[in-house]
Design a protein around this ligand. Sequence first.
Ligand SMILES: [Zn+2]
Length: 133
Amino acid sequence: MADETPWWLQDDDDVADPITEAQAEELHADLVALRVALQAQLDAPSDRAETVDLDQPIGRLSRMDAMQQQKMAQAQRGRLKMRLSQTRVGIKAWDDGDYGDCRSCGESIGYSRLKAKPESPLCVTCASSSEKR
Ligand SMILES: [Zn+2]
């Protein structure tokens, strides 16, 4: 009647399997593609990122709207830059043969997480604990 699961049926979600060589190759291609895509987005001219022209005869509300939009565009740019730098670090780690290991605890990050976010430097456990701070 015990609800103990036999060890051979236990699903240990906390420890991800190290990625295979084929998976590493695939993720490297993802990283390179991601770097190109992020760089293209950062290089694309964005009219929203331009400074708000305070000389424009616009009302107080629309000026605030414009500044709000500018802030959001800057935040978005900041996130893109952050992802790009993480992607670069990931590619460097791949070249060094360290790719796929958590930067914080050294455990394997796991294929499914890397496939969703190839630039992620942390495993699920470390990422969720750092996000809680
Ligand atoms: Zn970790």
